[in-house]
Design a binder for this molecule. Structure first.
Ligand code: 1VU
Length: 287
């Protein structure tokens, strides 16, 4: 991600050769469930809801495309500061919809699914918005990978996470293996991937995979709590939030020197800008 001449965010993640638009046309035919996006310009918070309770919030092909479309929309949201990703019912997300999976069970289609989901989740991770996944039940397989594409993870007491792909005879296909190594380091990541064991909310906090446990156990209340938790971190002007996220997102994605170069550019974009001038006029003291 970087700025272009019009000071708009440009996401440089192109992904592999197969055009994602072509894959999305194929995958939208595997229907079931939906992903709902609601943006609130006043608060600067968006809510992304995974809604497929009858399949324990598994992602069908059409939901993968919905998510891709939602990320496209969020990339252009200038007033936005944060996103809460949550689902409905007792399970956070049971991974890929096995009804879709069974219809694309060959290496070519597997590569296409991985391409679509890598593109979507990498861009979700790199958005200039701060994202929180609220995990209120099991996050399994692709559901665990989805959770790693947010900046933060909050669990309810009933939240659990498990990289069960190995038990299904596969490996992480949505970029979650790479993000898990970034989050936990190679040894802990390998242990979770090799054992496929499911981690409770309290163990996830100790490991650094969860950033906290909500007081509320039930969903509408836990979503409100997650919103408040995130809002408390979004005090700065949107352009400052976007710039800070961009520094962190770039640092985790590119080599050190390149990240420093990016940081200088981001700094220069804000230096003498509206938020900076306003702060200087107010003669702020940090006592
Ligand atoms: C991309 C690669 C990956 O994601 S690999 C990981 C794939 N996911 C899985 O293997 C999860 C398999 N599901 C389970 O372990 C359980 O269903 C879990 C999620 C623990 C929920 O258990 P429980 O609450 O008791 O519900 P249940 O098993 O009775 O299921 C209710 C109905 O939902 C369905 N369901 C569940 N998971 C999926 C899935 N991933 N894809 C499609 N359908 C799924 C079940 O088959 C069941 O359907 P039905 O009511 O019997 O018609």
């Amino acid at each position: 991600m970087s700025f272009n001449a019009e000071r708009r965010w440009v996401n440089h993640y192109a992904g592999p050769e197969t055009p994602v638009i072509t894959i999305s046309e194929q995958f939208s035919k595997f229907e079931g469930g939906k992903i709902e996006l609601v943006k609130d310009n006043e608060s600067g918070l968006a809510v992304l809801k995974i809604n497929h309770p009858e399949r324990r919030n598994a992602l069908s092909g059409s939901m993968m495309v919905d998510l891709w479309n939602a990320v496209n929309t969020l990339e252009d949201w200038k007033a936005g500061k944060g996103i809460i990703l949550h689902s409905v019912g007792e399970t956070f997300c049971s991974g890929g919809d096995l009804n879709t999976v069974r219809q694309i069970s060959n290496p070519d289609d597997g590569y296409k699914m991985a391409t679509l989901m890598h593109n979507t989740l990498t861009r979700l991770h790199q958005l200039p918005l701060i994202s929180v996944a609220l995990i209120q039940g099991k996050a399994l397989g692709g559901g665990a990978e989805l959770a790693t594409s947010c900046d933060f993870r909050l669990f309810t007491e009933k939240g659990e996470i498990g990289f069960v792909q190995g038990r299904m005879g596969v490996v992480t296909g949505w970029g979650g293996g790479t993000r898990l190594v970034q989050l936990l380091g190679q040894h802990r990541a390998l242990e979770l991937l090799l054992t496929s064991r499911q981690i409770s909310a309290s163990e996830a906090v100790v490991m650094g995979l969860a950033n906290g446990i909500t007081k509320s156990v039930e969903l509408p209340e836990a979503v409100e709590e997650a919103k408040q938790w995130l809002q408390a971190k979004l005090k700065h002007a949107p352009e400052v939030v976007h710039a800070l996220k961009q520094i962190v997102a770039t640092a985790r994605a590119v080599p050190y020197e390149e990240s420093l170069q990016n940081e200088r550019q981001v700094f220069a974009m804000l230096w003498g800008g509206d938020a900076n001038k306003k702060a200087l006029e107010q003669n702020i003291k940090h006592k």
